[in-house]
Write a protein that binds this ligand. Sequence first.
Ligand SMILES: *Cc1c(COP(=O)(O)O)cnc(C)c1O
Ligand SMILES: [Zn+2]
Length: 410
Amino acid sequence: MSYSYVSHLHCPKCQKKYSKEEKLQLCSCGAPLLVDYDLKTLSQEVERKDVIGRNPDLWRYHELLPVEDPDNVVTLGEGMTPLLSMEKAGRKMGIPKLFMKDEGVIPTGTFKARGAAVGVSKAKELGIENLVMPTNGNAGAAWSLYAARGGIKASIVMPVDAPEITRKEVAVSGANLNLVNGLISDAGKIVGRAVQKYDFFDVSTLKEPYRIEGKKTMGLEIAEQFNWKAPDVILYPAGGGVGIIGIYKAFLELQELGWIGEKLPRLVAVQAEGCAPIVQAWKENKKESEFWENSKTIAFGINVPKALGDFLVLEALYSTKGCAIAIDDASLLKEQEQLAALEGCFICPEGASTFVAARRLRESGWIKEDETVVALNTGTGLKYPNTVQVEVPTLEPEEELQWVSDGVKV
Ligand SMILES: *Cc1c(COP(=O)(O)O)cnc(C)c1O
Ligand SMILES: [Zn+2]
C-alpha cells in the first residue's frame, strides 16, 4: 500500500502528459494541468471503509492526494467540515432536504485552506523555497499562513481594495506583502515579472496543479458524509471555479474506484450579477467564457472576470446536467442576514449566494421538492464584518431594555 497513488499529470486540452517529479505550472499550450492517479491499483489495495477510522481532516484521503511522503504534509487540521441540515431554511424554500457544507470553520476561515494545505505540502515535497501569488485576499491569507507553517517564503501581491482582514493575515504570517493600486489582474502582472526575475514559484489560481486536489476533498467528504452516495444537487459559488472542478473530479474518481454508484450530483455554478462570465457562457451553450468588463460585487471571492479553467467548469456543468445562475448583491446580503437569524449560521456573502440560487431554482422547478441539495458555504461571515449594517439603541445605564428585533419567526 502506498501513501499516495499519484501517477502523472495531463493537460485536459491537448492531452500532453507530464511527470509528477517536475515543478509544473501550466501546460505548454497554456491550459491548467490535472493530476492523475493509478485508480486501478488503488481500488485493489484500498477500500472505502479503510478511511473511516482516520483523523477527521482532508488527509484521510491521502491515497487520492498528490503528496507521496507523509513527512511533507503541512496541516493546520483542515477538512471534514460539518454537513449541516438546514431544515428551517429548507422548509421555507420548499426543499426539506437542504444541507449546508460549512467551510466557515476551517483554518483561515475560508475553504482556500484546502487548496493551500495540499498546494504548500506538494511545494515542500518538490523542494520549492519561494512562492508568489496575486490574490483578492482569502487565497493569499491561506497560502501565506500555510507557507509559514511549511517553512516556505511567500510573496503576496493584493489590490489595495482587498479586505483589510486578509491583508492583516498575510502580514502577520511574515510573508512579503505588497499592495497594488489596481485590480487582481494588475497584481498578476507584477507577479509575472517577479517570476521572470527571481527563482519564485507562481502559485496563482490554476497555474500550479495541486490546489485543485485540495479542493477536491470537499467532494470526497460530501460523498462520505452521505454514506458514499451523491446528493442530487450541489450549489457552488464560482469565481476561478477551482472548487467545482475539484468536486467534479472527486465524484469521477470515486465512481471509477467503485466507491459510489452511477449517479453524479448536478453541479450548479453560482455567480454574482456584477461578474457572471460562466453564467453567460452557459446560457449561450459555449465551451469558454468571455472576459467580464468592469466586474463588481460585494462577494469579492467570486469576482473573477475570466477564469483560466472556465472550460473545465463548463464541462462539469454540461456533463452533470447542472446549470449556472447569477445573483444580485442585495439578495445575497439579505439572505446572509436571514440565515443567521433563522439557523444561527453567520456565513460569507459568497456562500449566501448559493442559498438564493437554491430558492430560485426551486421556484422555477429545476430543483424538485424531494431532492437532496447541498449549498456550499465557502467561508465564515466573520471575515466580512462590513457586510452587516447594525443599527441598535445605545442605552444610558439607568435606561430600560428596548425591543429592536425578536428574531425571525418560521
Ligand atoms: C475564492 C473564493 C470563492 C471562489 O472559489 P473558486 O474556487 O475560485 O471558484 C468562493 N468563496 C470564497 C469565500 C472565496 O474566497
Ligand atoms: Zn496542453
